[in-house]
Design a protein around this ligand. Structure first.
Ligand code: FE2
Length: 109
């Protein structure tokens, strides 16, 4: 978990363009959620096998909350990933225009 949190922190420090940082942070958050889902799922199963029904029920509730959070992040990613891809294209197009403008200026000179 410490490594996953560090990955998220490292992404925060990156200089991404447009919505790319948002897309990357959602991905990092989903990695944390998936880790939690695996951990809560395992412990929930173990408590069931041990007959700890109250603990099993609480862990099942927590597991479902983690899954809901993951689904919400997936919904956000579906929109933000497209925006991030689009923002990259605009910058590419601007860059192409800048290059074309420079070539035109140098041709005139
Ligand atoms: Fe979580």
């Amino acid at each position: 978990m410490v490594g996953l949190i560090q990955e998220g922190q490292d992404l925060m420090d990156e200089d991404f363009e447009g919505g790319v940082k948002d897309a990357a942070l959602i991905s990092a958050a989903q990695r944390v959620e998936h880790y939690e889902i695996a951990a809560y799922g395992s412990v929930r199963t173990w408590t069931g096998l041990l007959g700890e029904t109250e603990a099993e029920a609480l862990l099942e509730q927590t597991l479902e909350e983690e899954k809901e959070t993951d689904q919400k992040l997936t919904q956000l990613a579906e929109e933000i990933n497209v925006e991030a891809k689009g923002s990259g294209k605009e910058e590419e197009e601007e860059s192409d225009e800048t290059i074309a403008g420079r070539k035109a200026k140098s041709a005139r000179a």
